[in-house]
Design a protein around this ligand. Structure first.
Ligand code: UDP
Length: 472
């Protein structure tokens, strides 16, 4: 009997070989553990690790104490010069964890002798005490020295695999925007017993969310609002390839509140029907998708998309224009981008409280900025209607309404912590922040939305059964 298995692709073979290489030690350990000498061997390995650390600590501390008078002299000498006393050099430590290598800031003369005697390296004893380095070991590599993928795999193999993973949790919450490897490394970086307990607790409700995205349709329709059922990655591609399209595009993020508004605002509903791409934002739309048997693939919202977009723009010659929010806020968002994505281009900014008379000047500024991407934060549905009216005259390739996004990235309104987002409870956080404004949107709006979806399903069932009866 032949088994018709799919042959592994080359990248899978390479990956498997890498894992095999890194797990040689693991295989050896397992074999040893099986033997009667296993426990003793394990014990010796641990004692050896402790012994090495103890040796490092005793030696480094003793040397620092012995050289204390010399260090005082160097400190006094350094005070006289205008230079910074220490140089911090980024290096890669054990398990690929980065650390700053410490070095005294000596220039060539008159300290050439000191350099030859390696005195400038004395602060590295502090690196040893901190546990960044050992006295003896391989060279502390610079970030660019080793292949990134290799390092990542090495680091990933440094922990035992788990039954529940952060990646699984994010997949269940529809917020698996980055790669599995990136999330694994994030877990290893932040690993703690408290964090593990948190993941275990979050795993229980995550089991209820289900995962049927494999059968998700390309388009979904929620209460008459047609949406493209795409992932965050596909949304980024859509935005970044817009400049090569012949006509400018309008992209809308739609949550339960937007769908509710579209039920009573015909102009907004028409705008969403004619927009080039409408994307499903939030847990409410996801639940509606489940009820309507149209599985939503990912929670594609502007707030999560923004940093990913800035990251991609670092390597592209495209700029963003930020329009909206109260005066001062948008400038803070520009600073946030400059700090976190220094190579991403912000072509221009303008607050969202301009008069009808000032509007032509705002449009002129957007056009003159040469931006390809326009983010408009006036709140729904005003932002969507404004975009559909002014897109052609703005000179941009793509424009999207982003609601309160600028308030988040300016730091004015904190975003829900990651654990709440993983539980799809970001809306509760927003409700707690601005209860007087948000109670109607979330407490009333969510119930009304779900009632409408249920009614939609029931009425469609009724219509189809009537049609069948008539057919009989
Ligand atoms: N806003 C604006 N101009 C206006 C009214 C509102 O720029 O005339 C801004 C407001 O400062 C806020 C954003 O639009 O930054 C709306 O945020 P909200 O959270 O209400 O938007 P939603 O996410 O609900 O669409």
């Amino acid at each position: 009997m032949t088994i018709n298995a799919k042959p592994p692709v080359e990248s899978e073979i390479n990956l498997a070989a890498e894992y095999a290489r890194y797990s040689q030690l693991g295989i050896l350990k397992r074999r040893v553990r099986l033997g009667w000498l296993g426990s003793l061997w394990q014990f010796l390995l641990v004692v050896n690790g402790w012994g090495k650390r103890a040796f490092d600590l005793i030696f480094a501390c003793s040397l620092l104490i012995a050289l204390f008078p010399l260090l005082i002299l160097i400190a006094i000498w350094q005070l006289g010069s205008q230079r910074r006393a220490l140089i911090l050099d980024a290096r890669i430590g054990r398990w690929g964890v980065p650390f700053q290598l410490l070095e005294l800031n000596f220039d060539d003369n008159p300290t050439a002798l000191a350099r030859r005697l390696y005195i400038h390296r004395l602060p590295q004893l502090l690196n040893v005490i901190r546990g960044d380095m050992s006295l003896i070991g391989p060279r502390a590599a610079r970030p660019g020295d080793l292949d990134l993928h290799q390092r990542a795999l090495q680091k990933r193999s440094s922990v035992r695999p788990g039954i529940v993973s952060l990646w699984w949790l994010r997949k269940r919450a529809n917020i698996d925007f980055t790669s599995e490897l990136a999330v694994d490394l994030e877990y290893i970086d932040k690993q703690s017993v408290r964090g593990d307990v948190g993941i275990a607790l979050r795993a229980l409700p995550a089991l209820l969310y289900g995962s049927g995205t494999a059968t998700a349709p390309e388009h979904v329709d929620v209460l008459g609002v047609p949406m493209r059922n795409i992932t965050m990655e596909e949304a980024l591609e859509y935005i970044l390839t817009a400049p090569s399209e012949p006509t400018p595009k309008q992209l809308c993020f739609v949550n339960t509140d937007c769908v509710n508004k579209a039920q009573s605002n015909a102009e907004y509903a028409a705008c969403l029907r004619t927009a080039d791409a409408v994307l499903a934002d939030g847990i409410g739309i996801r639940i509606a998708g489940k009820i309507l048997r149209q599985e939503i693939r990912q929670n594609v919202n502007g707030t999560d998309l923004f940093p990913l977009l800035c990251g991609r723009l670092e390597t592209l010659d495209q700029g963003i224009y930020l329009l909206g929010a109260k005066p001062g806020i948008v400038e803070d968002v520009r600073d946030w981008v400059a700090r976190n994505y220094p190579l991403a281009k912000i072509s221009g900014v303008h607050h969202g409280y301009f008069t009808a008379e000032e509007e032509p000047e705002v449009l002129r500024q957007i056009k003159a900025s040469g931006a390809q991407i326009l983010l408009v934060a006036f709140g729904a549905p005003r932002q969507e209607l404004w975009i559909s009216q002014h897109l052609a005259g703005s000179g941009v390739s793509i424009a999207m309404g982003v609601g309160g996004l600028f308030d988040f990235y300016s730091g004015r309104i904190p975003r829900a912590p990651q654990w709440m987002r993983e539980l799809s409870l970001e809306w509760i956080f927003r409700l707690m922040q601005e209860p007087s404004r948000m109670w109607k949107r979330y407490l009333v709006g969510n119930v009304v939305f779900l009632a409408r979806v249920m009614w939609w399903v029931l009425s469609r069932r009724k219509t189809s059964s009537t049609a069948m009866e008539m057919g009989d």
